[in-house]
Design a protein around this ligand. Sequence first.
Ligand code: NAG
Ligand code: NAG
Ligand code: NAG
Ligand code: NAG
Ligand code: NAG
Length: 456
Amino acid sequence: MDKLCALIVTFLIFGVPFLGTTVTALRSQDGLEEWGYVEVRPKAHLFWWLYKSPYRVEKPPKPWPIILWLQGGPGASGIGYGNFAEVGPLDVKLKPRNSTWLQKADLLFVDNPVGTGYSYVENTELLLKTDKEAATDLTTLLIKIFNKNKSLQKSPLYIVGESYGGKFAVTLGLSALKAIEAGKLLAKLGGVALGNSWISPEDFVLSWGPLLKDVSRLDNNGLRRSNRIARKIKKQLEDGLFVNATNSWKELESEIFLSSNGVDIYNFLLDSWGGDSVSLSGRGMSSLRGSGKKRYSKYLSSLRRGDEEIVKLLNGEIKEKLRIIPKNVTWQLQSDAVSDSFEVDFMKPRIDEVDELLAKGVNVSVYNGQLDVICATKGVEAWIRKLKWEGLPKFLRKERRALYCGSETKTKGFVKSYKNLRFYWIVGAGHMVPSDQPCMALTMAGAITHSPAPST
Ligand SMILES: *[C@@H]1O[C@H](CO)[C@@H](O)[C@H](O)[C@H]1NC(C)=O
Ligand SMILES: *[C@@H]1O[C@H](CO)[C@@H](O)[C@H](O)[C@H]1NC(C)=O
Ligand SMILES: *[C@@H]1O[C@H](CO)[C@@H](O)[C@H](O)[C@H]1NC(C)=O
Ligand SMILES: *[C@@H]1O[C@H](CO)[C@@H](O)[C@H](O)[C@H]1NC(C)=O
Ligand SMILES: *[C@@H]1O[C@H](CO)[C@@H](O)[C@H](O)[C@H]1NC(C)=O
């Protein structure tokens, strides 16, 4: 697939041999969208979708940025969720999103790792097991997309990860930087941004009990039970028992679910059934109580209500539009095969990788929704304090500044930065910051990417 970009045509059907190879990329009629597959390893195919911004300013004082969005899970689809539910140009009803990040940058979505969303493997043994392997596949993809295109190379690349995607973002940041330094990847790394990211599982599980106790979703009994499991996880991680830690993490989620009467792990102000779902109504809750502990194991997938709608869209209208998705690839919002395959890496921290990025002078932005449980701000602050980065003491002492959005007078967040580390506290948002605080998230995306777009 060396001739990837040269082979972009307006329409062709997947599988048709074309000059001895297979057409794997297409472009929309207006030229603003391109998408395709890259065979990153034999029989392993990553799907990408690039949106060029119609808001791009002429002769900008600063280069127009490109954002690579990485969803979590592992196994959750960015092409589907990040795109249609968070930051892309259209929502799940295919109505324009007025807070799309396209106003600030070009957007590149990738269903990563292979096996996620439209990405697929021809043999399940090709599914990945580690963050590092995923970073290698993604670097191969970036080389294919960027190296052929001088115009793209001028755009600084910002890697934005949400949830488990943050672990991919830091490992990819390092891997991409290495490829750039070796002259293998023709791109400029602008920075890495970590939105409610699973960087230090130990710090998160230790934060859940105390946080939920403080906001009345647990009492002392629930707190004691949660802390006991969290301490067991800490010990398992110290002993290198990573799969056991993943299993204990599921046990802890179930414990929290039962003791909190089903708090939404992505927003502690909500119940996980949102009061509107039949399957997890109050009655569902009591049957759960009886049926043991297995039930409430959610991956860090950023999944929410309205899931059926998005599954229908991505297997219907969007699949038709894209044309090159193989018939036998069924789009899933979250692939359990992919997350199961990551059972060893799942609980491993990536604090050292953040440190490495900081030491190399890469701009790292961390942003966190106030109401999240799974990647609670309390846990993020704990792992930040573990950084070995020389700028940390000064960063911690710095005062932060309040943020507002548009014409609103309500506090929407706080920010502080020192050298190449920046931290945003986003008020009134849970796990998915762009969905919960679209105006603030858009403004922040512009600031993180130093976008030449007019401020909103
Ligand atoms: C988008 O539209 C909503 C509702 O119509 C409005 O409240 C909001 O201010 C708009 N946001 C932006 C960024 O224009
Ligand atoms: C889809 O079918 C093709 C042709 O039969 C096969 O080579 C491929 O492995 C299948 N892909 C998946 C994801 O099942
Ligand atoms: C290169 O990227 C630019 C901007 O994203 C796009 O307009 C152009 O079509 C691309 N060229 C090729 C050959 O893919
Ligand atoms: C990194 O951040 C600093 C401070 O905000 C900024 O001056 C610089 O331009 C940023 N670099 C990149 C590549 O975005
Ligand atoms: C870890 O998990 C394995 C497999 O479930 C189990 O056999 C083993 O006893 C566990 N080890 C500890 C120390 O819990």
